[in-house]
Ligand binder design. Structure first.
Ligand SMILES: CC(=O)N[C@H]1[C@@H](OP(=O)(O)OP(=O)(O)OC[C@H]2O[C@@H](n3ccc(=O)[nH]c3=O)[C@H](O)[C@@H]2O)O[C@H](CO)[C@@H](O)[C@@H]1O
Ligand SMILES: C=C(OP(=O)(O)O)C(=O)O
Length: 455
């Protein structure tokens, strides 16, 4: 690939363009070394937390992904001065000039990400009012925000639903409260944390999500002066304080990106060293990866992933932490199409997260999706009404096809499928992948992938 073309693709990825098509010649292993940076699912939230401080914050290990650019822009229209730090991959966020944004500027962010909902608490504390545009993020289910709004009302917020979003005010301030989440929602837990830290009094959150990215957000908030304790059985206690300062923090690595490249090594019979990956937060993934025939070497500075033998079928149930994360199943399923026997993936977190398998079937895979889940199978995770299951029967050689990226993780799995398949594939809409995978085009090139960009 020539340099101009490379620059063009990277520029496209930087602005989050969605129209690009990669023409991929598959069938060769991905081999080499790449570095990953901070987690999309922490960095964006830590950026929002900067709104709560009275002094500037400094965030290290920030990836160049489009979700970060969306949050940066939202912070900027609210008067936060966001500048590149002195070191690479560092942002300095100065909230001293926070102000109400103009409606049309906020509107421009409608549908771009799910993070705007987390501006509620911080903006209510800083300005007494907030307007949140309609949310974006991956279309993988209904993705309601009822837990968020119920919790905000308990703190004393008044919520008004408008056609373009929601309007919030807190005429009597925000007060500590008791919240019991019906399901350990990541976003709703973060909503409670970001609201409770400056609320008047103590908040008890039951049924909290405890993903590593949430623990890292708690670390950020503690650095700012918050008092948060994590009790047994998913209970978090937050003692509200009067003021918070800025933080300096190194974001936790992106375990979703690490798991994606690991699955790419497994599917293509490759060998990939993922610099920055850490064992501790990937243990559940590593167990399944090993059972599926993957090998890994844990090093101080990252993890090497490869095939250790014949691929084996596995049964996986996605779950909240410390379970197998829903964002890991799509890339892994591509590898499972090459395993001998029947694998089953029970998707218990979202109700519509197997749409990407249609494209895999057109490439020769044998994947049957059961929209209401599979009854009668022994299960570790209690069944939820929204559950789906995919049965993957392999091995099935994959062949090239024209496919369109539907969402972030499904999109990455399409890339892996095209790289695994014999022949040529046209993968369109790849810009979406830049929401969560920094410079994925450069990384593919580093790993020896054979592809060109079709304008
Ligand atoms: C930006 C970010 O961090 N995204 C992650 C976050 O998404 P997100 O925070 O949106 O996911 P949640 O944990 O909130 O959602 C989990 C489940 O709870 C339901 N729910 C959630 C909120 C609510 O008010 N009502 C409700 O019913 C959802 O529809 C879903 O079925 O956690 C997910 C689960 O680990 C990951 O897949 C996403 O990558
Ligand atoms: C579902 C995801 O992200 P978001 O919540 O930002 O849509 C994801 O990262 O796979």
């Amino acid at each position: 690939m020539n340099t101009l073309l490379q620059d063009a693709i990277e520029a496209g990825a930087r602005v989050g363009l969605t129209g690009d098509t990669l023409v991929i010649n598959g069938g060769s292993p991905l081999e080499g070394r790449l570095e990953i940076r901070g987690a999309k699912n922490l960095v964006t939230k830590a950026m929002v937390a900067s709104l709560l401080g009275e002094t500037p914050s400094v965030l290290h290990n920030v990836p160049d992904i489009s979700d970060v650019r969306v949050v940066r822009s939202l912070l900027e229209i609210h008067g936060v001065k966001v500048t590149d730090g002195d070191e690479p991959f560092t942002l300095r966020l100065d909230p001293s000039g926070v102000e109400s944004a103009h409606m049309e500027e906020i509107d421009a962010h409608a549908g771009s990400s799910r993070i705007p909902i987390l501006f509620c608490g911080p903006l209510l504390h800083r300005l007494g009012a907030a307007f949140i545009p309609d949310l974006g993020g991956c279309r993988i289910g209904d993705r309601p925000i009822d837990f968020h709004l119920d919790a905000l009302r308990k703190f004393g917020a008044v919520v008004e639903k408008l056609p373009q979003g929601i309007k919030l005010s807190a005429p009597n301030g925000l007060h500590g409260t008791q919240v019991h989440l019906p399901y350990p929602s990541v976003g709703a837990t973060e909503q409670v944390l970001l609201t409770a830290v400056l609320a008047d009094g103590v908040t008890e959150l039951k049924g909290a999500a405890i993903e590593p990215e949430i623990m890292d957000l708690i670390a950020v908030l503690q650095k700012m002066g918050a008092i948060i304790s994590y009790e047994p059985n998913r209970v978090i206690l937050i003692e509200g304080v009067d003021r918070l300062q800025g933080y300096e923090h190194q974001a936790i690595f992106d375990r979703n990106e690490a798991a994606s490249w690991a699955s790419a090594a497994l599917a293509t019979d490759g060998d990939i060293f993922v610099g920055g990956a850490k064992q501790q937060d990937m243990m559940t993934f590593l167990n399944i990866f090993r059972k599926a025939g993957g090998g890994f070497d844990i090093k101080e500075d990252g993890i090497r992933f490869y095939r250790a033998g014949e691929l084996q079928p596995v049964v996986v149930e996605t779950d909240v932490h410390p379970g197998f994360m829903t964002d890991w199943q799509q890339p892994l399923i591509v590898a499972l199409t090459q395993a001998t026997g029947e694998s089953i993936v029970h998707e218990t977190v979202y109700e519509n997260r197997f749409g990407f398998t249609d494209a895999l079937n057109t490439m020769g895979a044998n994947i049957v999706v059961h929209p209401n889940g599979l009854q009668g199978y022994p299960r570790r995770v209690p069944r939820r009404n929204l559950e789906q299951a995919a049965v993957i029967t392999g091995p099935t050689p994959l062949h090239g096809a024209d496919i369109e990226v539907p969402d972030l993780r499904g999109g990455f799995s399409h890339l892996i499928a095209a790289l695994t398949a014999e022949g040529t594939s046209r993968v369109s809409n790849v810009g979406i992948i830049s929401r969560g995978y920094e410079n994925f085009i450069t990384k593919l090139e580093l790993l020896g992938a054979d592809f060109v960009l079709e304008a």
